[in-house]
Structures are given as C-alpha cells and as structure tokens.
Design a protein around this ligand. Structure first.
Ligand SMILES: O=C(O)c1cc(=O)[nH]c(=O)n1[C@@H]1O[C@H](COP(=O)(O)O)[C@@H](O)[C@H]1O
Length: 236
C-alpha cells in the first residue's frame, strides 16, 4: 500500500462552493497531499468536480459512506471505481453481505481498483452516542468488532479514530489500512469531533492516513496551516 510517493495527509474539501474549494486546491501540491470529496461538495458538484481534481493530478478519496442493501452499495462502489477514485468508503454497519458484495464487485477492476474502506464508529461519537443508538460497550470495542468484520470481508482497511489505531494495528496487522479523521493540532478547536489526536500522535499510534478538514480549510491561511502540519509529521 505504501508507494514511493504516498502522502499521508488527506485534505477534506468540505466547502459549499467550487470557487472556495479551488482557491485552496490550486495552491496545493498533489505530491504532498490527497483530497477528500465528501457529501457536501459531491452533492453540489458531482463527478465533474472529482474529474477536475484528478485532472490537476490529485488522487481522490470519495467519502460518500455508502450504507444500503448489497446490490445498491456494490453498484455505487463500482460507479466510484469507474470514476477512477483512489479510495472509497462504506459503512461497516451495512454488514457482511454488503461488504463482501462491494469487494467482489471491485475485484473485477484488478490492480487499479480503489481502496475499499469501512467506516467503523464516527469520530464525532462518544460512549453516550453509542448508548443512544443501542450499542453497548465502548467505542473502542465497537471499532474493533467492525474492523474484524471488515477485514474478514476482504476490505482494505477502516476509518476509525487514531485513538483506536494501536489496538487495530495489533489485531488486524500492519497491512490493514487505518484512515483517521478527528485530527486536531494541539491548538485547534475540536468542534463536533470527540475522539481526536494531534497529527504526530496519530502517526505514532499507527494511522496510515490523516484526514484533516477544518484545521486547514478554516485557518486564516490554509496553506500555512497545512505546512505546519506537514512539518510536524515530517520523517514519519
Ligand atoms: O469518513 C470520513 O472521512 C469521516 C469519518 C469519521 O468517522 N469522521 C470524520 O470526521 N470523517 C470525515 O473527516 C472530515 C473531518 O473534518 P474535520 O473535522 O473538519 O477535520 C470530515 O469531512 C468528515 O466527513
């Protein structure tokens, strides 16, 4: 999974307009970061926006967190593969048959297929949120359970918080990719995130990729904020 140029930072492009997204993107270097297109930007601007980013040389994580019946979800990940994205995600809570159907559908794309990643427990959720939806136990336990299910279904990795990374690397092995949002430099506000870590702590804990949005996109100087983070993790 680690290529010669394998940037660890994935910038979450959570913007309401293409103009504001490209104001940042046009100052970024595809050798230094990847880009995440999520529900807001994709719902507004669709596949054409993804193609524009790819046309500028960026690899794209299409973060639409598919969660539906196996037939629908596997067709959706195939659409993502046709779009040529680098990574796509589904909710592990969709269950074994859904995840296997997605993986089987992507197998047809061979080595060029996107990485298929399962969302475990959203990083905005804490123990009370899990209790509220009827899940007993800690976020860590639920993340571990869903990561094991995802790996058994042949997925490439999971989205989790960096707080769970040490346990997941031990349980699932070094090759199982850990994508971690909820990254907050020491001085940044948590906002709606609950299970957070700083960029360097997250990599030390075993994260493979750091998904970072507001600490960069809402900074007075986004490029400077990204460079501070990049220098904090240099050498990892
Ligand atoms: O799948 C994701 O990317 C994701 C999963 C998760 O558990 N938590 C989470 O925050 N994300 C995404 O990661 C990004 C985090 O953004 P910031 O909180 O602004 O850094 C957002 O675009 C979220 O949609």
């Amino acid at each position: 999974m680690q290529t010669v140029n394998d940037p660890k930072i994935i910038v979450a492009l959570d913007f309401a307009s293409e103009a504001s997204a490209f104001a940042l993107v046009d100052r970024l270097d595809p050798a230094k970061c990847r880009l995440k297109v999520g529900k807001e930007l994709f719902t507004r601007f669709g596949p054409q926006l993804v193609r524009s980013l790819q046309g500028r040389g960026f690899e794209v994580f299409l973060d639409l967190k598919f969660h539906d019946i196996p037939n629908t979800t596997s067709a959706a990940v195939a659409a993502a593969a046709d779009l040529g994205v680098w990574m796509v995600n589904v909710h592990a809570l969709g269950g074994e048959r859904m995840m296997v159907a997605c993986r089987e559908r992507l197998d047809a794309y061979g080595a060029d297929r996107p990485l298929l990643i399962a969302v475990t427990v959203l990083t905005s959720m804490g123990p009370e949120d899990l209790a509220g939806i009827g899940v007993a136990g800690t976020p860590e336990a639920q993340v571990s359970r869903l990561a094991t299910l995802a790996r058994n279904c042949g997925l490439d990795g999971v989205v989790c918080s960096a707080q769970e990374a040490p346990v997941l690397k031990a349980e699932q092995g070094a090759d199982f990719v850990l994508v971690t949002p909820g990254i907050r430099p020491a001085t940044a506000e948590k906002g709606d995130q609950q299970r957070v870590m700083t960029p360097s702590e997250a990599l030390r804990a075993g994260s493979d990729y750091l998904v970072i949005g507001r600490p960069i996109t809402r900074a007075p100087d986004p490029l400077a904020a990204l460079e501070v983070i990049a220098s904090e993790i240099e050498g990892f």
